[in-house]
Design a protein around this ligand. Structure first.
Ligand code: COA
Length: 281
């Protein structure tokens, strides 16, 4: 079927959370119902339903400032190569550009094949590191401390500096969840968050002034969780890759940060040590 014959796209809402979760589970992804509710409530999520009404494809546009994130591009196996992803990503691009925002995304290798044709350019690579954490004694590094409610504005400002956009609503949402921990440098120059995902604990975002401080923050978050962990680390950080390898972590997959008609990263990439995840950037 050609793209022009594809079934029409529909706007999705919170009542579609379970159907959306089935799509991300089919792909083996880590997003939870809480993540989907953010896209469905705060962003604009579109999908395609089959004749029997079941959801067969999705994509979401999450507006930040200056740019917005396109993610959750999922097409169930039996409906692939019919132009659905192309159509849905086109809708998300329209949603964001009509608000004056640059569409940005983290592409899987399969996704990059779709987006490259649509005008997205590669900005930098990230690697998903996967490992096992075992809860150890509380952090002894006195330069890293648990973040309290009074640290919220600090975390927000550090995240804004690293990513070049205000994501206060996102951090607020993460920090209000069960199974979330946050640490901050004692001198308030960096922070790290870890939260529960569907398949593994997800480390990120992590922003820091130097790789050394980032390692202290990573150490703190990995010391507080147990079981499988994912961390999406920009590839430029060789030392962090080595450190993770030394702890038994392996590279699970790669992502390319891409922007629509835009070739420069936003923010200060030299302060970004882990993304919030490929769905949020
Ligand atoms: C990636 C994915 C969303 C593509 O969905 P889709 O609806 O099949 O994509 P489209 O039909 O719009 O494909 C458009 C073009 O992209 C390229 N493409 C898409 N999938 C491809 C594949 N598996 N291999 C090679 N090229 C591919 C082709 O050029 C295709 O055009 P063509 O069919 O005319 O040759 C789908 O395979 C999927 O859900 N994969 C698992 C989740 C995932 O990786 N999502 C992307 C996250 S960034």
């Amino acid at each position: 079927m050609a793209a022009s014959e594809a079934p029409s796209t529909v706007a999705l809402g919170r009542s579609d959370t379970e159907a959306c979760l089935r799509l991300s589970d089919e792909a083996g992804w880590n997003q939870t119902a809480d993540d989907w509710r953010l896209f469905l409530g705060h962003g604009r999520t579109v999908g395609v339903r089959s004749e029997d009404g079941s959801l067969v494809a999705s994509a979401a546009a999450l507006p930040y400032e200056r740019f917005g994130f396109v993610s959750m591009v999922l097409v169930t196996a039996a409906w692939r190569r019919r132009g659905l992803a192309t159509e849905l990503v086109g809708r998300c691009v329209e949603t964001l550009t009509s608000r004056g925002l640059v569409p940005v995304l983290d592409a899987t290798p399969a996704g990059a094949l779709v987006y490259g044709r649509q005008g997205f350019e590669g900005l930098f690579e990230l690697d998903r590191w996967q490992g096992e954490a075992s809860t150890r004694a509380p952090v002894s590094d006195s330069e890293v401390v648990p973040a309290g409610p009074g640290d919220f504005e600090t975390l927000r400002a550090l995240d804004r500096e690293a990513n070049g956009t205000d994501r206060g609503f996102l951090l607020e949402n993460f920090l209000a969840r069960n199974d979330v921990s946050a640490f901050v440098d004692a001198d308030r120059t960096g922070f790290a968050i870890v939260r529960r995902g569907r398949r593994a604990m997800q480390v990120g975002p992590v922003a820091a002034a130097t790789p050394k401080r980032a390692l202290a923050l990573l150490s703190a978050v990995l010391g507080i969780v147990k079981g499988p962990v994912f961390a999406d680390i920009p590839r430029r950080w060789n030392g962090i890759a080595e450190w993770l390898s030394g702890r038994g972590f392996t590279r699970q997959r790669s992502f390319t940060r891409m922007a629509y008609g835009h070739s420069m990263p936003f923010g200060r990439p030299e302060r970004l040590f882990a993304a919030a995840g490929p769905e949020f950037g």
